[in-house]
Design a protein around this ligand. Structure first.
Ligand SMILES: Nc1ncnc2c1ncn2[C@@H]1O[C@H](COP(=O)(O)OP(=O)(O)OP(=O)(O)O)[C@@H](O)[C@H]1O
Ligand SMILES: [Mg+2]
Length: 266
């Protein structure tokens, strides 16, 4: 079918409202590309620009080498499943993927549901405030988020964030007794840790109170507190009970460190 290329695309609405700005993106022929991000981030604006329903303020839209106004050659979906109940939604997700495989049509799909984005997209474009934050497959966005926003948006439960500062190779949390050796970093940072990267460790020097246990059948989500820090930990077997105090640790190689001011990954 067609390859889509967006170059420095910008849409400013009346009263200087930013729809999107500086959108640079290549969507390959036959690719299933998902736009994901919170309400108002510019997903529909980008789609409407590609469809030719809006005129760009600046920038270009290409199919192949041809600069175009709009595209009938690409499938465009804007939150098609958002009004369905959970079960039907999962079924339709599979149907749409099957359809895509059969037709091999370049597809752009808008959703604000990160699960939908992660399960459907070959390529996921994550937007915030009219700007692309990161482009990648689900695994890349989950394991290597480029900034604090992407880290917090992708994944359920969301990544745990701990504010603090690194001095002399030691991170100290601002709101609770958590110390972690972190090399080659100085100053205020936010440490991110996913729920499955927190482990029970009798030698672990982090003492956590179990506030609540959500048993989900195949797994349990433990709501923990360390001083004033709240953490969610995922466990697959024999979870403790609420009221217990447990020793925990973080998988070191799985920690995400962000600059506290800019949100950039360090
Ligand atoms: N026709 C319009 N006129 C003026 N401002 C608009 C118009 N359409 C969108 N906007 C503004 O542009 C920004 C991006 O909106 P857009 O509809 O693209 O977001 P979205 O990511 O699709 O959000 P949602 O998840 O709520 O559908 C928002 O600030 C929105 O208020
Ligand atoms: Mg929209």
């Amino acid at each position: 079918m067609a390859e889509v290329r967006l170059v420095s695309l910008k849409k400013i609405y009346e009263k200087n409202v930013v729809g999107v700005e500086d959108i640079n993106l290549e969507i390959e022929d036959k690719e299933f590309c998902v736009f994901v991000g919170p309400s108002g981030c510019g997903k529909s604006t980008t789609l409407r620009l590609i469809a030719g329903l809006e005129t760009p303020t600046e920038g270009e839209i290409y199919i192949g080498d041809r600069k175009v106004n709009h595209i009938p050659l690409v499938f465009l979906f804007d939150e098609p499943l958002s009004n369905l109940d959970a079960k039907l939604r999962v079924e339709m997700r599979t149907e749409l993927k099957k359809l895509h495989k059969r037709l091999s049509a370049t597809t752009i799909y808008v959703t604000h549901d990160q699960i939908e984005a992660m399960t459907m997209g070959d390529k996921i474009v994550i937007l915030n405030k009219g700007r692309i934050q990161q482009i990648g497959d689900a695994e890349t966005l989950y394991d290597h988020p480029v900034n604090y926003f992407v880290a917090g948006f992708m994944g359920s439960p969301p990544m745990n964030f701990i504010e603090g500062a690194v001095e002399d190779g030691i991170f100290r949390a601002k709101d609770g007794d958590i110390k972690i050796p972190i090399e080659n970093v100085k100053g205020k940072v936010i440490v991110g840790v996913r729920s499955e990267d927190i482990v029970v460790d009798s030698k672990g020097n982090i003492k956590a109170g179990v506030e609540l246990v959500e048993a989900l059948g195949n797994e349990a989500l433990l709501h923990l507190s360390v001083g004033d820090i709240s953490l969610i930990m995922r466990m697959y077997e024999s979870p403790p009970h609420s009221g217990d105090v447990i020793n925990i640790n973080f998988k070191r190689e799985k920690l995400h460190i962000f600059n506290a001011e800019t949100g950039e990954r360090l």
